[in-house]
Design a protein around this ligand. Structure first.
Ligand SMILES: *[C@@H]1O[C@H](CO)[C@@H](O)[C@H](O)[C@H]1NC(C)=O
Ligand SMILES: CC(=O)N[C@H]1CO[C@H](CO)[C@@H](O)[C@@H]1O
Length: 621
């Protein structure tokens, strides 16, 4: 008996010791257990070829009458979704133009049809390529051809965008469908018409099954939604991330890992073509729950929708939470059933505001690139942290030289872990267990995201391109995005791609693009430093037209600085650092600076009054 007491006592002392030595020991263990569970599950699914489609069919069988999607005033049950996606699949099959293994491009906003099309394609063993519905004309064409698809399905309200590029599509013998009941344009077929005639009977399961598990499931365009006009051979272009079935499962499990249960209703207003929104729907299928889908995020409608659909889980990206906090206060602010918010990029102050205003919503901040090989998830209530630096997880934050734009290496050529609290580059080891599937048809880009010989000869790491800092307690905090991308309006802007587009404007010779801080704004506003072709003046209207034509709104540089020559002393990165520091302050810069004026459809000279207006938030940018 005595013996027993002393053993218990000793164990208690050891545990207590561990707790003080590693206060987040519990989280660490939790993390590892969750990871192991996920890995075990994934292996099992891969062995049995259990895909998200199988899970969907299972849900349609076991709970056919459960609402799957609420959209506006309509509700679709799991049974409805199964029948409608069978019809969609048949339209493709019966066209005779789409066969197993093909890719079909979708230019569709958030509406239930998006889900029926995607499910239909999976049912016949095809890949879906989700196109960003904000892109137009040559960017759209370019983006389409990069997807490798020979069929395009577009939403009814995007008919004009399709007609604009229709001649080129038809020339390339692309089959084009529009999700309208009828269709005026020659060469375009109405998908809905065909769908209403197609049978809703189940399809042969062999169609979806013959696929390899690692086969591409979906392409979603990541990091950048800006594309060069087609025909250009400039490097570094479209990066469509490959999402395999295995990767899709990992995305689905975010809901499981964040504690979403079978009674939850998730409100999805982020775009489905983007992994953030898509994850909401696929995760819901995995959980067998209801999705309240909205066509587009609206801060003023947000809580009314949550009440209408009894939403219990919401998704966010940093800015959306800020927009919600900026709406006028209402007595109903706390009357809702939302208990959980899953997302990425919330700032600590917004986090505090949100909770004090809208009540006790648990916030689960996560981090992961669509194409990355890992994700981080907050397991404990540290405000501002995006995750926990577990020792059992093959990632590291390494010292990074911002000016040179590369990791710091020691005398033997290896990288060095950053000190506690010091911002460094987040990298994660690429291995069989954490593979990196790369980008569609773009080996060069795929290679660029890899870092070799990091800690030992022959190892390979995924370069997230994000600067992070780890605190004393092993929590990871997001610091900044390095190198070639910056964030604006919740989107990632790829500077080289924007620069490539701008340098094709008539009067422009060379362009450098970077992001500048604007007071009161999240992320960075785009700015371009350009030189002009010999003997030409800055044709502001023409440049505006060019920018408007080829770049989505968030990627258009807000400021343009005209230089007589690009300073080529020092390294290129060094030049950018200097440009970023000088920003758009006319007091600091002698070069002419222009400001993008959407109303005037022009780049107008940036005078002191505009500068002050922008800084005070009086001029919207
Ligand atoms: C939301 O919940 C209320 C009360 O429980 C119920 O009457 C209503 O039908 C629910 N709405 C939806 C869309 O499920
Ligand atoms: C950092 C973070 O995401 N915080 C949340 C993490 O999870 C706890 C509960 O486990 C929440 O209370 C925090 O808000």
């Amino acid at each position: 008996m005595n013996m027993f007491v002393s053993v218990v006592f000793a164990v208690a002392i050891v545990l207590l010791g561990l707790f003080f030595r590693f206060p987040y020991f519990i989280q660490d263990v939790q993390y590892v257990l969750a990871k192991l569970k996920v890995r075990r599950c994934l292996l099992k699914y891969m062995q049995t070829n259990f895909t998200i489609l199988e899970r969907f069919l299972e849900a349609a069988r076991t709970q056919p009458d459960k609402p799957f999607i609420h959209f506006k005033d309509e509700t679709f049950t799991y049974r409805d979704a199964d029948a409608l996606s069978n019809k969609a699949a048949r339209v493709f099959l019966q066209s005779g133009l789409v066969k197993q293994g093909d890719t079909v491009a979708m230019l569709v906003g958030n509406e239930p049809m998006f889900v029926w099309l995607w499910l239909g394609l999976v049912k016949i063993g095809c890949s879906a390529a989700f196109l960003n519905y904000n892109i137009r004309s040559k960017s759209l064409l370019h983006c389409f051809s990069c997807s490798g698809a020979n069929t395009l399905v577009a939403a009814a309200e995007l008919q004009d965008a399709v007609e604009e590029v229709l001649p080129s599509l038809l020339e390339q013998q692309v089959s084009v469908y529009i999700l309208a009941d009828g269709c005026k344009a020659a060469g375009v077929e109405s998908f809905r018409e065909k769908m209403s005639q197609a049978s809703s009977e189940p399809l042969s399961r062999d169609l979806s099954k013959r696929k390899l598990y690692t086969h591409t499931h979906t392409h979603t365009h990541t990091h950048t939604h800006t594309y060069l006009p087609s025909g250009s051979s400039s490097p570094g272009l479209p990066k469509a991330a490959v999402i395999t079935h295995a990767r899709l499962w990992v995305m689905c499990w975010i809901q499981l890992l964040t504690g979403v249960n079978s009674r939850d209703v998730i409100y999805v207003s982020l775009p489905l073509y983007h992994s953030a929104g898509f994850m909401g729907v696929t995760g819901a299928i995995e959980r067998g729950i209801t999705v309240a889908l909205r066509s587009k995020f609206s801060a003023s409608q947000f809580w009314d929708d949550c009440r209408k659909y009894n939403a219990t889980v919401i998704q966010y990206i940093g800015e959306t939470m800020r927009y919600l906090c900026n709406t006028p206060k209402k007595p109903s602010d706390r009357s809702h059933k939302v208990r959980l918010a899953i997302g990425n990029g919330i700032r600590a102050d917004v986090w505090r505001d949100f909770i004090s205003r809208f009540g006790n919503v648990e916030i689960r901040e996560l981090y992961g690139a669509t194409e990355g090989n890992f994700a981080l998830l907050n397991y404990s209530g540290k405000i501002g942290a995006i995750g926990f630096h577990s020792r059992f997880f093959p990632h590291a934050v390494i010292k990074y030289n911002v000016e040179r734009g590369e990791p710091v290496r020691d005398s033997s050529g290896f990288c060095i872990e950053a000190d506690k609290g010091e911002p460094g580059l987040l990298v994660s080891e690429i291995s069989v267990r954490a593979p990196f599937s790369g980008y569609v048809r773009d080996l060069q880009q795929t290679e660029r995201k890899k870092l070799h010989n990091v800690f030992k000869r022959g190892d390979v790491y995924f370069n997230t391109g994000d600067l992070m800092r780890i605190d004393e307690d092993h929590f990871i905090y997001f610091q900044d995005r390095v190198g070639d991308t910056f964030r604006w309006k919740g989107e990632n802007v790829a500077t080289t791609e924007v620069a490539d587009v701008i340098s094709l404007a008539g009067c422009v010779k060379e362009a450098t693009v970077y992001g500048v801080k604007v007071p009161g704004q999240e992320g960075r506003a785009g700015m371009a430093a350009v030189t002009l072709r010999d003997g030409l003046k800055f044709d502001s209207v023409d440049v505006f037209k060019h920018v408007e034509n080829f770049l989505p709104a968030y990627a258009r540089p807000r400021f343009m600085r005209i230089q007589s020559s690009l300073d080529v002393t020092g390294t290129f990165k060094h030049l950018k650092v200097k440009l970023v520091e000088e920003g758009f302050n006319p007091n600091l810069i002698t070069d002419p600076v222009y400001f993008l004026d959407e109303k005037e459809k022009n780049y107008i000279p940036l005078m002191m009054d505009i500068f002050n207006g922008v800084n005070l938030g009086e001029i919207k940018i």
